[in-house]
Design a protein around this ligand. Sequence first.
Ligand SMILES: Nc1ncnc2c1ncn2[C@@H]1O[C@H](COP(=O)(O)OP(=O)(O)OP(=O)(O)O)[C@@H](O)[C@H]1O
Ligand SMILES: [Mg+2]
Length: 762
Amino acid sequence: MKTLLERTMRGAMGVAACPAVRRALRERLGVGRKSDSQTKDPAPKPPPELPLLFMLSHLEEDGPVRLDGVKLGVCEVMGLELDEPKLGAFAGALNALDFPAQLLVRQHPPRLGRLRENLKEAQPDDLPAQTKAASESLRGLLTNLEARDGILDRRFYAVCEFERADELRGLLAKAGLSVHQLEGRQLRMFLVSAALGGSPAEFDEDAPVGVEINRLDVRVCLPGQTGGHLTRSLHLGKWPRSLAPGFLQSLMAAGAPMDLSIHLGPIPAEQAARTLEWQKVRFESAQSLSFKRGRTMSPEAEIALEDVTRLRDEVQRGRERLFHSSLSVTLHAKDEASLKEMTQRAKAHFAATLGKLDNLAFRQREGLLSTLPLALNAVAVWRTLDTSSLARLFPFSPPDLDTRSGTLYGIDLRACSPVVYDSWDGTHLNANTAVLARSGSGKSFATKLGVLRGVTRGVTAYVIDPEGEYADMARAAGGRVLSPGVPGEGMNPFVIERGNSEELLQRIGSLRRLIEVMVGEPLGAERRASLDHALAGYYAQPRERTGFRDFHAYLQSDGDGELARLLRPFATGSLRHLLSDEGDDLLGSEALVTVFDLRLLEPELRPAAAMVCTETVWAAAAQDSKPRLLVVDEVWSIMQHPEGAAFMVSMAKRARKHRLGLQFITQDVQDLLSEDSSRAITGHSGRALLQNAAFKLLLQQDAAAISTVGDAFDLPADLQRWLLSCPRGDGLLLARGGRFPVRVEATPEEAEVIEWRPGAHG
Ligand SMILES: Nc1ncnc2c1ncn2[C@@H]1O[C@H](COP(=O)(O)OP(=O)(O)OP(=O)(O)O)[C@@H](O)[C@H]1O
Ligand SMILES: [Mg+2]
């Protein structure tokens, strides 16, 4: 199947041979030049066909070919965020560049169609109506985000001649950026989107496209679009004298859809040095002339002389290079009014630093071509810049966390993009999340939303719920609620796959820690050794089914009788139903959501019960690895026992092996992070737990805890202040080495499930 571009290109190439085809093609594509009301062009020239218009000859699998026969290589660049080391590395890469290249930044409304489709496909069939409605509403929210003002998907590209593409990729990779070459379908989608506007997406192959070039804008009509949309290209005619880092970044952050292109042509070092020397001589002779006439030099001329002298020295030392450079911007808007407003904003941005954006009247096509991935500066105006100015100029931008798979976690308030990732896709260190925030900041809300969105795409969820907060939501979402300790709802974490010796060893370790917490007091070294011995002995013998009561009997007859006595409440006493091998077999049948409601248990017993639940979920994960989420609310209650802390840390370390994602929640941030050893949780294990969470969500913080949080996560003062005052549901997500200010946003349908109360909804 031919793509639109290919077919139109073919059409264009066959044009000369057949005027009829040409006419038909023109009609079908709707290509036409409309003269502006102010231009009185009596006989408009026939317009070029679409590919001609875009200067494309054809598309090969690994690169587009320009009309002049030059094949290009296009790569997408990631990891362009502004910090000093990156800036230096980027300048280094530019210094080593000795062929022309184009850097292109495109920001357009995101296309979330594929994510929507994937979510729909992953949706389990047996969801209750209310959950299904919530799932549908999430897809609606994604559609809404595509159209929401200011939500943009920003992407960086580098383009050069195909033969040099490997070299360019190498240079960028050396600067610490991740680069990947666009090929095949991806390349095709990218080129069509670059020519016609918008983020890369599939395009209807047979759709007619209209392009109309006016004096000050270009109108592009896509199928299904009434009136089309407008683009205006502008060119930086007068450059600002000094370029502050991130100069273009603030232009892009204004939130308008745009393509911004920088063309670079390196000037050979000798030529650069000669030019600079010549300029220096010119300034110096002007200076001596002024002196002769008894006048002093103007301050501007003095600064210019200083600049030139410094630059010449740097160029001679090889630390700087000179480039022919050119900057063009194409703005995209729905209508003339917003185009005008965007143009004004962009111009004002440059005017503030004494730069000037030119309108390109009657040269809109050239402007547009310059911002297409053609490595072609059709405006043909250049200015000489040195390496560091160029590096500083580049719109490094806050990274976003949109991996385009998984589900929506929130809206990135700084990059203005959706936060989309899949904790279980294996690209992260692990699937664990730590949620730290003050009371009432929305921890449970964010977690429940995560559980719900997980459930609607087939992630089985478990929640250890000390306060009974999640039970209603689980029931509304079609899950089950178990009360450990109640007859028939016990668990059996003593099931171990004994064939795997590593697994066996680790599980014996966790069972030992569990039993220590169950006993409720630290065991001496001797007793601990005998418990370990007993567990090893118990699992060494062949048994049909392992369980706590069976182990207890073994302990009584063959092991440590004293220990057996200490564990009696769990075997025959009031807690005998907690660790039962009968009843509802969790491992045999999993629900979409299972909440372990620990409210009925005495607070002293909850840590042990929480560990029993965790261990049982682990046993389920070990039997059959698939994405599972285990939420542990009020994790500090377990962490306050040294053995409980060791248990949680070890669980967090191993979880990824069986695709288990742990989510620990705590409001006692200080307890978890404090270095103070007199506190209940030693800072050591709290930090170890956090180190084993690839994702950390910090919602609103307490004034008392902010300095501890700031130190622990190395947060700058402005972010610390923001965390004190941000609204409920806003917070900072730490992931993949970045900090993302996010807003957790639920649809009304989702909020209804999350906040469901029996009786309140009829
Ligand atoms: N992102 C959000 N969008 C809308 N409402 C929210 C959001 N986050 C929290 N809320 C509202 O705030 C209330 C309190 O939130 P939540 O119960 O999640 O706080 P918490 O941090 O878990 O508090 P606690 O420490 O007491 O458990 C919720 O009932 C909900 O109505
Ligand atoms: Mg809560």
